[in-house]
Design a protein. Structure first.
Length: 322
């Protein structure tokens, strides 16, 4: 035995055994045991879409929130981050209605395709749904203008929708509750006498509540014929610039004496005339010229250009009369 203990082979084998024991001990400390109760990492996935599984050609489903919240846990932070973000998550929340018929039911929600290293808890364990027979009907579109049109004094002569009708798909009972299909023209910042805008549609019930339906098309072109308030004011022509030494004054003879101004009633109240200044510095004899009118703020003028005959009154003419 003493000879065996002094053997080089014995020493090498013994060293190898100790090395293996140390390696196994180190790895057993790193490997989590089955009873490991160390806390896992948590994350919240908000606004996860609820995928409702049913025969879409036969039924129409309403009455539930389209999203829910899912609470996630895992020891793997990278995997947890991936599942909690919308762009990278692999799981889905599903409500299976394939075995249900028409009526209102409480349907359980299930998490599908979740990675095995992640656990999930649903905020909503079930949803209430109403299953109706699917139908499609045509409805007339009613354009509705912002009340500010009238407040600003504009006259709304006509308003049309293109197309005038749309197809709406929903449950048979839901379709019966539709009171109107409206195209609300809310933005009036670009008002003009003839304007067309693309407007989204909304289906309303008798209490003016928006209804969940499928509309084709979802938008229409609304055309408005608007006439702005107007009034006629005098054209007031003033001389500006220099006058030649042999000219006493000028007579201005415009082709029109009154100018039509258009705008809101508030703006029209501030306008009592339209002024035109004619520079006579280079005028030494009778001349007919066209001049651009400058409209006051908030109004439009018609015509925008006027023709004026400018007639000099010479000093010598006054002396000849004497």
């Amino acid at each position: 035995m003493e000879r065996l203990a002094n053997s080089k082979w014995f020493t090498k084998v013994l060293a190898l055994v100790f090395a293996l024991l140390l390696f196994m001990n180190a790895n057993s400390e790193k490997r989590p045991s089955l009873n490991d109760t160390s806390p896992s990492i948590s994350a919240v996935a908000d606004n996860v879409p609820i995928q409702v599984k049913y025969d879409e050609s036969k039924y129409y489903v309403t009455g539930f929130d389209p999203t829910t919240t899912v609470y996630l846990k895992s020891n793997n932070k990278v995997l947890l981050d991936s599942e909690s973000h919308e762009q990278t998550r692999g799981f889905k929340v599903e409500a299976d209605l394939t075995s249900y018929k028409e009526g209102t039911f409480e349907v359980p929600l299930k998490v599908k395709n979740l990675n095995g290293a992640v656990s999930a808890t649903l905020k909503d364990q079930a949803i209430n749904v109403t299953i109706e027979k699917r139908e499609t009907k045509r409805f007339k579109v009613t354009p509705v203008a912002n009340d500010n049109l009238l407040k600003k004094g504009y006259d709304l002569e006509s308003m049309t929708s293109d197309p005038a009708e749309v197809e709406i798909t929903a449950g048979s009972e839901t379709l019966k509750q539709i009171k109107s299909v409206n195209a609300f023209l809310e933005d009036d910042r670009d008002l003009s006498e003839g304007m067309t805008k693309k407007v989204s549609l909304v289906a309303l019930d008798k209490d003016s509540n928006s209804m969940s339906v499928i509309m084709v098309p979802p938008t229409v072109n609304v055309s408005l014929k608007i006439s702005a308030p107007s009034k006629a004011v005098p054209l007031d022509i003033k001389q500006s610039g220099k006058i030649a030494s042999d000219i006493k004054s000028f007579e201005f003879i415009p082709e029109v004496k009154n100018i039509t101004v258009k705008g809101s009633r508030e703006s029209l109240e501030k306008v009592d005339k339209i002024q035109l200044f004619i520079d006579t510095t280079s005028i030494t004899k009778e001349r007919t010229s066209s001049y651009q009118l400058i409209a006051p703020d908030g109004v439009e003028v018609e015509p925008k250009v006027v023709t004026v005959n400018t007639v000099p009154r010479y000093i010598k003419d006054d002396k000849d009369k004497d």
